[in-house]
Design a protein around this ligand. Structure first.
Ligand code: PMP
Length: 412
């Protein structure tokens, strides 16, 4: 084999540096990734990650369900399958979405490797470098990193306790039009927002759809947490009000288990065709074994009962988080989420969540600084605290430690 000469713009650390595509240069490891390696040590209470708590899943039943799939349908489960996803699972997905008022046909559904891949596929088919994506401020860090990798610009629109603010959306779209800039879609998380914890009110859902229709803007509705409302309320999906202008993204990661890596997109017909082509070129097909396992789980197990148990468990953890914040950090402010995994905390004036993080980790508590959730890296006055993974006792201890770090920071 002939040795290749590295291009001249290489560096000593990476001789191929000059060869990367521009989009690879845009891919950045999270600034806090190194710290999170430390944050995962057992002595640190991590209020940072968004991992679901799987302790209550009936592992024996799931194990039997999965092994039966291999035993009785192994030749299908272990084989390649359709790029759009297995038809049986696509039918089950309709049952899940019906809970949020969506009626669709199995042909409308594209099964993906988690909803993260759906986000990647949607961005891939719509975004040319420099195109604008409109998104809430703050917004899901994993979506922002996809947008960055396709060289999109993001125009953030503020939210409040009732979610994305329609008047601010209208203003942003009008400004972009005046500047001759092309917005391709609105990316929104209507339920139990990551990281802000808020839910878009019913009235606003209609207003936002109306504004987007008027401006000819597609909506990407990302909804992994919709069935995790603590009082059992399920809000109607925006997609249930508009089938032509909305791509809906769903996931089994928070309502069952992320390890199977199964999510989905429901899209208008022509968009769906493009998504399938993009998916086929990316992965040929989503894991057949995972799809059949999830189908069997949905057929044989009480999945709705399991989601109800998750809700009760997460509600207990939310309560522990809120009461600990009231007790230990009364000078901060936060929202009380009605579902999902996250509390969005505004620090007392003068504190910077990003620069404080190394000292917090030394103080054996971790969180995600607000800067991760803004395209331009602002938001240092906020932090996201997750209550999904640590136990109630650990949440209380974590907030106590956080309060200690905050008070040292103020005294410094
Ligand atoms: N969207 C949002 C808002 C999320 O919080 C997450 C996971 N943290 C995802 C998408 C991706 O989830 P998955 O790929 O596991 O379905």
């Amino acid at each position: 084999m002939t040795a290749q000469t590295p291009p001249s713009k290489g560096t000593r650390l990476d001789p191929w540096f000059g060869s990367y595509a521009q989009r690879a240069h845009n891919m950045r490891a999270s600034e806090v990734r190194a710290l999170f390696a430390v944050a995962n040590r057992p002595e640190v209470v991590s209020l940072a990650g968004g991992m679901p708590n799987l302790n209550d899943l009936p592992m024996d039943i799931i194990s039997k369900t999965v092994s039966d799939v291999v035993l009785h349908e192994g030749l299908v489960a272990l084989q390649y399958g359709s790029g759009q996803g297995h038809e049986r699972l696509r039918e089950h997905i309709l049952d899940v979405m019906r809970l949020e008022g969506i009626s669709a046909h199995p042909d409308d559904v594209v099964v993906t490797t988690g909803s993260q891949q759906a986000l990647d596929l949607v961005t891939r088919i719509f975004i040319d470098p420099g195109d604008v994506i409109v998104a809430e401020a703050p917004s899901y860090v994993g979506a922002l990193s996809v947008f960055r990798s396709y060289e999109a610009d993001v125009a953030h629109v503020p939210l409040d306790a009732h979610g994305l603010i329609p008047a601010a959306l209208e203003e942003t779209l009008t400004r972009l039009e005046r500047e001759g800039r092309r917005a391709k879609f609105l990316y929104t998380i209507p339920n139990f927002h990551n990281p802000a914890g808020v839910t878009i009110s019913l009235e606003r859902r209609h207003e936002i759809i109306e504004i987007c229709q008027r401006h000819g803007l597609l909506i990407v509705e990302d909804n992994p947490y919709g069935l995790l409302g603590f009082d059992g309320t399920t809000h109607p999906a925006m997609r249930s009000f508009d089938e032509d202008g909305i791509i809906y993204l769903g996931s089994f990661s928070k309502t069952f288990a992320p390890g199977f890596r199964i999510g989905w997109a429901v899209a208008p017909h022509a968009v769906r065709e493009k998504l399938v082509l993009a998916a086929e070129s990316a992965i040929l097909c989503p894991s057949h074994a995972s799809q059949l396992a999830i189908s069997a789980y949905l057929e044989q197990c009480d999945w709705q009962g399991q989601i109800a148990e998750f809700r009760t468990m997460y509600k207990g953890r939310r309560d522990a988080m809120i009461s600990a914040l009231s007790e230990h950090l009364p000078d901060a402010s936060w929202n009380v989420p009605d579902g999902g995994f996250y509390t969005w905390v505004k620090l007392p004036p003068g504190l910077d969540a990003k620069s404080m993080l190394p000292r917090a980790v030394t103080g054996r508590v971790a969180y995600v600084p607000g800067t991760a959730f803004y395209y331009d890296g602002t938001g240092a006055d906020h932090m996201r605290l997750s209550f999904c993974y640590p136990t109630e006792d650990n949440i209380r201890e974590g907030v106590r430690r956080l309060a200690h770090v905050v008070s040292q920071e103020r005294d410094a």
